[in-house]
Design a protein around this ligand. Structure first.
Ligand SMILES: Nc1ncnc2c1ncn2[C@@H]1O[C@H](COP(=O)(O)OP(=O)(O)OP(=O)(O)O)[C@@H](O)[C@H]1O
Length: 390
């Protein structure tokens, strides 16, 4: 079990090019399952490789359990083999000429463990990773998922304080990926190992992580629990990167946006360039119009197996159409071309200023009064939003 601190770490591969990692700081707590999430090329793997000691930092410091692994200013660098950090890559890099059992045993031999202990540990790992019966097979005789489990067994046998996983599930098919996710969660709970997991798959991150670090273009955008990231995105990039279908983003200065905010109990005068984000699942359609609802037309209804995506256009005078996406798990009673009236749950609304930073909402005086009375708090008004506006 270990904690890791990254202090302003940077990596510049090529002089004159933007850094691959730019002054990233984060605290990875003992026993955390930290997912580093972001689009391709944002610097995720570079961070992992720097923690592992496979890449030198250009600047900054890495500390694990109070032990400095890297400090550029002081010229300190602990080599990879002395860091007690396990690393599993996307390609499992098993020794092709060794059986499963020999692959798992390999590191223990190098460590000089007596044969009896090695045998015991290998047997334990085989049970733990559910690869019984495969001990004598060679990697080429295994499926992708089985190879992945052997790679994990080989790393876990070394009892690393920190386990680094670089997209280890990306080569697996959807159903295997699902069962391996469950397995990783189980292993994390059983071993209590601190895990740092790199992925560009937001669902993988949301389902596995205790903490998510969202990266873009080498910089850390936000770090928090999966709920934090989804419910309180720190900026427009995070709001748009997390969520499928993506959040609807409309100008907060438009009449429909003003109406929707008013209907949700927010009283806002917004500055130029402010955007209103509306999570698709927070849109609510009804046949009855109210003074605050926004008229819309249903453009399309797309079934996705147990859920539906409904595409809408706001009925308004503006020349450019305002299209929105709504998702629901209730079979829709709408037909294409139907007129409906739109409201949006207050917890599904997010405001971002022209710089893309999250902006707190202001309540209307009426809603603010409600907020002080426990009896009248609307059930769909999440705790997060209460914190936001207070
Ligand atoms: N050895 C290298 N030499 C030069 N540039 C590199 C090297 N490794 C990575 N880069 C560049 O650094 C940036 C970050 O790469 P990195 O592999 O860390 O991103 P990533 O987020 O893990 O991407 P992916 O999800 O595609 O694996 C990219 O622009 C990449 O081209």
């Amino acid at each position: 079990m270990s904690n890791i601190t990254l202090n302003n770490i940077s990596k510049c591969y090529t002089q004159g090019h933007p850094p691959a990692v730019d002054q990233v700081s984060m605290e990875i707590q003992d026993g955390a399952f930290m997912c580093v999430l972001g689009p391709s090329g944002c610097g995720k793997s570079t961070i992992l490789r720097m923690i592992a000691g496979l890449e030198h930092l250009s600047d900054g410091e890495i500390v694990a359990d109070g032990r400095v692994l890297d400090n550029v200013a002081k010229g300190l660098f602990i080599p990879a083999e002395k860091r007690q950090i396990g690393l599993v890559f996307q390609s499992y890099a098993l020794w092709p000429h060794m059986t499963v059992a020999r692959n798992i045993e390999f590191g223990l031999r190098l460590k000089g463990l007596p044969a009896k202990e090695r045998k015991k540990l290998v047997a334990e790992m085989i049970v733990m990773l559910k690869i019984e019966g495969l001990e004598d097979r060679y990697p080429a005789q295994l499926s992708g998922g089985q190879q992945q489990r052997v790679a994990l067994a080989r790393t876990l046998a070394m009892n690393p304080g920190i386990l680094l996983l670089d997209e280890p599930l990306s080569n697996l098919d959807a159903s295997l990926r699902l069962s391996m996710r469950a397995e990783l969660t189980r292993l994390h709970q059983e071993f209590g190992t601190t895990i740092v997991f790199v992925t560009h798959d937001q669902w993988e991150a949301m389902t596995l992580a205790t903490q998510i670090a969202v990266m873009n273009k080498g910089t850390l955008q936000q770090i928090g629990t999966p709920d934090d990231i989804y419910e309180r995105p720190a900026n427009r990039f995070v709001a748009e990167f997390i969520g499928n279908p993506p959040i609807n983003m409309i100008s907060a200065e438009t009449k429909p946006a003003q109406q929707l905010m008013h209907q949700a109990g927010f009283s806002m005068s917004v500055s130029e360039g402010t955007q209103l984000g509306l999570r698709p699942e927070g849109l609510q359609l009804s046949r009855e119009a109210s003074s605050s609802s926004v008229p819309v037309t249903i453009n399309d209804i797309l079934p996705t197996g147990g859920a539906w995506i409904i595409e809408l256009t706001v009925d308004q005078d503006e020349t450019s159409p305002l299209n929105l996406v709504h998702t629901t798990q209730t079979p829709p009673l709408w037909q294409r071309g139907d007129q409906a009236n739109l409201k949006v749950a207050s917890h599904a609304m997010h405001l971002f200023n022209a710089d893309g930073k999250r902006q707190p909402f202001a309540l209307t005086p009426k809603a603010a009064t409600y907020r002080t009375s426990a009896d009248v708090v609307s059930p769909d008004f999440s705790q997060s939003k209460i914190e936001d506006i207070s």
